[in-house]
Design a protein around this ligand. Structure first.
Ligand SMILES: C[S@@+](CC[C@H](N)C(=O)[O-])C[C@H]1O[C@@H](n2cnc3c(N)ncnc32)[C@H](O)[C@@H]1O
Length: 767
């Protein structure tokens, strides 16, 4: 019997299943087995044990046993870090009691606890693993997209068999076979060391983090907002060129007043827009849906000039990660907060990365896991790391780099730092705290960090600092060119309201006390509304494609509609009136490049909004940070991983942008009227998963209540996206009239009903 036959026989008799080997598989297997025969092989017992461990790990057979260990440890105050968890998992999967005891003893020295945990070591026996696996072969539990039209049971067997063959000898024997450029002299057992040898440029750590300060002094030396913007944009472009790929760029923006107006939030928004969109690329990749995007946009925005809009250009740049709002204290006034703005560079890179498991170069770039991040799929049918149901291994260089960050113990972040920065609303933090956090969380030991107007920390934390002085104010062309570039020609057109007037007649108006409820589309309703009518406005618009009532083909169409409504509000507001606009930079696909999940990202809706409102004529005076508390938790959860690059904080706030129709009324001092941070619980009325409130996205009453301090008592207020009419209830007894415009009849009715109940309740209280 040759090796191939004996491996097949051993595998089938161990698992009690017979495998169907497709012809191409057999053709690939035969020469590999010949290669193996020329080398020292592991004993059958050893390779069978490895197969069992492989199945345990692939199918997570020991999950319940491991969960018991974690739960017991947690009940005694012990939480394992990522490495410890890996060791525990490996010990369970290989049934290695002494490896388990070693891992536990390293993690804790608490008397009694180590023994108690060791008693919980109950890995699946080989017979249990085999029975579990056979169950998956006969009735796979997770078919999902994996299945297609394949006979999935046999695919699971083939995948396990490939791993089994790989375990027949030492990894180098197998790598020397699959890696066409293998050489014994340069071979590295660790994949990343091998990759570093192959593509040293990918691993350059010369400059992996840029931190720059933008403050009043910088603004004063620029002289105007326009000059400041131009200098900062030049800095962003240079950073994009010079930072290593997957490196980070951060700006610490202090409160800045230019010509009597606090422009901290405006400069922050403009940087977000520019950083994400400044690089115009004639993208040839098949995933770029330029034609479809153009036709969708043209049918929604008929006056778009396709020659100017250049839909064939994709906009690339930094990936926006987050803005930390850092207020002096929880009760500080609006305008006193500093902002810490964070981006990552993820630039398309087509360098072929061999498969980290088998090291073949027979891989193909099937797609991008996210925009700018190339993802590869291994095509070797004998790779030991194919999926459970035998798809090729998928991986990206970015993921490999992040894995390396985990392996580098020297770069570990102290847990206090992770805890301290776990939310993106902060108080009492200084630029020194922020610098230290950025260095620890977003660079590795030995990396080069460039500082612009920022002091290096007294402890270098093992990093090299490249000090550049402050942002250069002489740099930069005018930023105006950017705001006229093709991106904006796709929606930000000067002419307004395109819709035909015929539909306007479908508007219904109903009055109830101080509420004027209008059922209709704000774009049209506001066209006909008297000018200079309202003393203030507050709203929460639809967030692009977030809900059943807010669906647009792409971001351009959405922004076009929001611009028209902003123009309508501008016209209907009195000069000096304040307009509060609640918006959230949430995760979705803006459908400006690709429609699949690879286009999902943090949308910069607040930055788009600031720009379209400026175009409508408004001034931005600031933004109130609506702190929603500790919700939407999972995204920031780091699973005990204290390595750089894994510390995404909880996104716990939304914007309430404060716009003013100029000229501003001198007597309205926004900072004394408004807080920097408004803590309010979101409205969630759920019973057994059902929304009992009647509207899917009401805002808490604390938001429209803010308007009371910003408009005269007895004045008129507007909410152009009225929803359930929260604004009218908030302002009842203060505003003489609140006009809520709502296009959905169901919400129009709901708003009237809720307002009626509110009036009954307030009358009852009064009597
Ligand atoms: C986020 S909700 C507002 C919720 C509201 N603040 C509340 O507390 O109930 C946005 C609302 O705007 C409505 N809407 C969307 N586009 C509109 C338009 N063009 N004109 C009027 N209403 C619109 C939606 O139907 C939805 O009810």
């Amino acid at each position: 019997m040759n090796l191939q036959q004996s491996l097949v026989q051993e595998f089938e008799s161990l698992l009690g299943a017979s495998v169907h080997f497709p012809q191409e598989y057999k053709v690939a297997l035969a020469p590999l087995c010949e290669h193996l025969e020329a080398h020292a092989l592991r004993t059958p017992t050893e390779r069978q044990a490895r197969l069992i461990a492989h199945i345990n790990s692939k199918f997570n057979v020991n999950r319940d046993g491991i969960a018991k260990v974690y739960a017991h440890a947690a009940s005694r105050g012990l939480v394992f870090n990522f490495h410890e968890k890996n060791l525990i998992q490996a010990a369970f999967d290989s049934g290695d009691q002494s490896a388990f005891e070693e891992a536990i003893s390293k993690a804790s020295s608490k008397e009694g606890l180590v023994d108690a945990l060791c008693r919980l070591f109950a890995p699946a026996s080989p017979a249990e693993t085999i029975s579990y696996f056979r169950g998956e072969v006969e009735a796979p539990s997770k078919l999902r997209a994996e299945q297609g039209d394949r006979a999935i049971g046999n695919e699971a067997l083939l995948s396990a068999f490939s791993a089994f063959v790989f375990s027949a000898a030492d990894q180098e024997v197998l790598h020397s076979y699959f890696d066409s450029t293998y050489s014994a002299e340069t071979y590295e057992r660790a994949f990343w060391l091998q990759l570093r040898q192959l593509h040293p440029q990918l691993y350059s750590r010369e400059r992996t983090l840029d931190i720059a300060k933008i403050d009043q002094e910088l603004a004063d030396s620029c002289g105007s907002l326009e000059e400041l913007r131009s200098a900062v944009f030049a800095h962003v472009s240079t950073s994009y060129q010079e930072l290593e790929n997957h490196g980070h760029l951060a700006y610490w923006i202090e409160p800045i007043v230019v010509e009597g107006r606090n422009i901290t939030w405006e400069i922050c928004s403009d940087i977000m827009l520019f950083a994400e969109k400044h690089d115009e690329v004639k993208l040839k990749n098949a995933y770029f849906r330029a034609k479809q995007i153009e036709s969708e946009t043209v049918s929604h925005v008929p006056d778009v000039d396709v020659g100017q809009a250049r839909f064939d250009l994709a906009n690339e740049g930094f990936t926006y990660k987050d803005t930390f709002v850092c207020a002096p204290s929880p009760t500080s006034p609006a305008g006193s907060e500093s902002l810490l703005l964070l981006f990552q560079k993820n630039k398309r890179d087509e360098t072929i990365i061999p498969c980290p498991a088998c090291r073949t170069r027979d891989v193909h770039g099937n797609s991008y896991s996210s925009l700018g991040v190339r993802s590869w799929e291994c095509r070797n049918s004998l790779c030991p790391d194919r999926s459970k149901y035998n798809r090729g291994k998928r991986y990206s260089f970015k993921a490999i780099l992040m894995q390396e960050a985990i392996d580098e113990v020297e770069s570990y972040i102290p847990p206090e730092s992770v805890r301290k920065w776990s939310r993106d609303v902060q108080t009492e933090r200084t630029i020194y705290d922020a610098t230290e956090m950025l260095i620890r969380h977003y660079s590795l030991h030995g990396d080069g960090v460039a500082l612009f107007g920022v002091d290096a920390p007294s402890d270098s934390l093992g990093r090299r600092f490249l000090s550049h002085g402050r942002i250069n104010t002489a740099d930069g062309n005018s930023s105006a060119g950017f705001f006229e570039s093709p991106w904006f020609q796709r929606y930000a057109l000067p002419s307004s309201a395109q819709e035909s007037k015929e539909n306007a007649s479908s508007t219904t108006i109903q009055r109830l006390g101080s509420l004027t409820m209008v059922c209709g589309n704000s774009a049209m309703v506001l066209q006909d509304w008297p000018e200079n009518y309202f003393d203030g406005a507050v709203t929460s618009p639809p967030y692009f494609n977030a809900r059943e009532y807010s669906q647009w083909p792409n971001i351009y169409c959405y922004l076009r509609d929001m611009l028209i409504i902003a123009q309508g509000c501008y016209k209907a507001l009195k000069p000096g009136a304040v307009y509060l606009y609640n918006i959230f930079d949430y995760f979705d696909n803006e459908r400006s490049v690709v429609f699949s999940a690879m286009g999902d990202k943090r949308l910069i809706l607040s930055a788009y909004t600031v720009d379209i409102f400026r175009r409508a004529g408004f001034h931005l005076s600031g933004s109130i940070t609506w702190d929603k508390g500790d919700i939407e938790g999972k995204r920031g959860f780091n699973a005990g991983n204290f390595s750089p690059y894994y510390q995404a904080p909880f996104n716990c706030w939304e914007h309430v942008l404060v716009f003013v129709k100029p000229p501003a009324v001198e007597t309205t001092d926004l900072s004394s009227a408004l807080p920097a941070i408004l803590r309010a619980q979101p409205v969630i009325k759920m019973v057994k998963g059902q929304n009992t409130y009647g509207h899917t996205a009401p805002f808490p009453i604390e938001l429209p209540n803010l308007l009371r301090a910003l408009m005269p008592k007895g004045g008129r207020a507007l909410d152009p996206f009225g929803g359930s009419g929260t604004t009218a209830r908030a302002l009842d007894g203060y505003a003489a009239e609140t006009v809520c415009i709502e296009q959905k009849e169901e919400y129009f009715e709901l708003a009237l009903k809720l307002f009626d109940s509110h009036r009954m309740a307030t009358t009852n209280v009064a009597t």
